[in-house]
Each structure stands twice: as structure tokens, then as C-alpha cells.
Design a protein. Sequence first.
Length: 289
Amino acid sequence: MTPNESAFAVTRMTAFASDPKGGNPAGVVLDAENLGETTMLRIAADVGYSETAFLTRTGTEEYAVRYFSPLAEVAFCGHATIAAAVHLADQIGPGNRVFQTPAGRIEVHTQSTPDGIVAGFQSVPTHSDPADAALVAEALSALCWAPTDLHPDWPAHVAFAGNDHLVLPVATRERLARLDYDFNALRLLMERERWTTVHLFWPETGDLFHARDPFPVGGVVEDPATGAAAAAFGGYLNAVAGRADRQVVIVQGEDMGRPSRITVHTHADTDRVDISGTAVPIRSPGLES
């Protein structure tokens, strides 16, 4: 814990994993009522994770939540939401709660299971539209990929679930494993288009997908688990395969050595998507982060 962190109760969690060495780390601050934006940004930078969630209790089971990367505020962050929900459950017990975020109202729920506390949230309404061919070409150039690296059976889209994400289907698992992109070029493109991540996915089966999410706009090369992108991917599935009651699993973080599993539920009667997963505390930041 750094000197700046030590003035506040920052809890380090990892989301979408049951092992501290897996998942996506996030910071959680439960009492952020008196913290200004500059302070929250400094704490997030000190924590050093892709996002830190700052919660202020506004009702019996309702919280105002803001998310900060080391570089900027983010409208919504899925893995930090899961981390915050599990941490709340650890502190005050499982249950249903509401997070009022800059992206909208998010309902979260937690329950105790034999595998630990599982948290879930329902996204804001999602939507997904075909990506402009010129933007896809620009993204491929930044990724140092060729058009043939894209899967021919799945379209490229820009999908939304609180943030925009460029969704690119990858032709092979081997191509997905070889990710060595132009950090600055992709960052500039994402900043210009206001994409939060580029969600690269390979379909192993109809209900199991492998993904990687470059995140240069947040100051990190890659997220090992990205709940917001997973929710957007659910909207993508609704757009390309039809709205339906379905459950799929996204495996992420394997190529980073931080394996993660995100469960995605889509519904026939709504554009909202349910995301769920586990989270556990990181007790030794020097070893686990």
C-alpha cells in the first residue's frame, strides 16, 4: 500500500476468478463521499490497476459508484463492479443492491455458493452495429494484423453496454495468442472513436468464447477480464445471432497468466445483459498484482 493509499480504505480484489493469481484486479473504496475527482484519480493511479471503484452509500441498499483508471474516469467498469459487489457482501452480507453509475442504474446481486460469493449485474440496454470498414482497417493496422486474421463468419461491430467497444472476431486461437500491437496508434484511435476496449474474440464453440481486450486508453496494455466488454459482447450476440435466452462463457486472461471466466446471459425480452462471476481479495499485492 502506497502513502497516498494509506489515507483511505482501499481494498484490492480480483474479479472473475476464485484464485488471487487469476482474474482482473480492481481497487475498491467503500466510503468515497468526501473524495474529489483529483483525489480519486490519484488513488487509482497509486493502486495501479485498470480501474478502482469508489462507492458512496445513498440509500439502504443503494450506492453512487464512480470508476477511475490510472489516467481518467470511466463511465462503467464491469470487473470493478463485480469486485465491489463481492467486497460489500463480505462486509455486510449478500443481497440485491443498486449502483448508480455515470452510465446509468445498475442492479447488482450477490449470493453465497460452495465456490464462494458470486456476484452479478444487469447492464444498461445494449446495442451493436456494424463497424465502419475504414475504422476496422485502421484498427487492424494498429494491431499489426491482416484482414485475413479476422474470422470470416463473424462481423466486426461497435457494441455498447455503457461504453463503446470495437468487437473483432479472430480467425484462430493462435492468432489471438499472438498480440503485440502498436500501443500509441491504438490508443489514439480509441480516444478519437471513444472506444473503451477493443474486444478480440475467438469462438471455440457456440457457447464458449476466448477473448482479449487491449486497453491502452486506460494506461495498461491489456485487461485480463473485462465485464463491460462482456456485456457489450452479449449485445453483439443479440445483434448478429438474434435476441434469445442464452448463456455463454468468455475465457479471458489465459495468455497473460491470469485466467478468468465471465458468464454472460442474454434474454429474448430485453436488450439488457446479465454478467456474473466470482471475486476474491488480493492479500499480498506485491505477489498477486
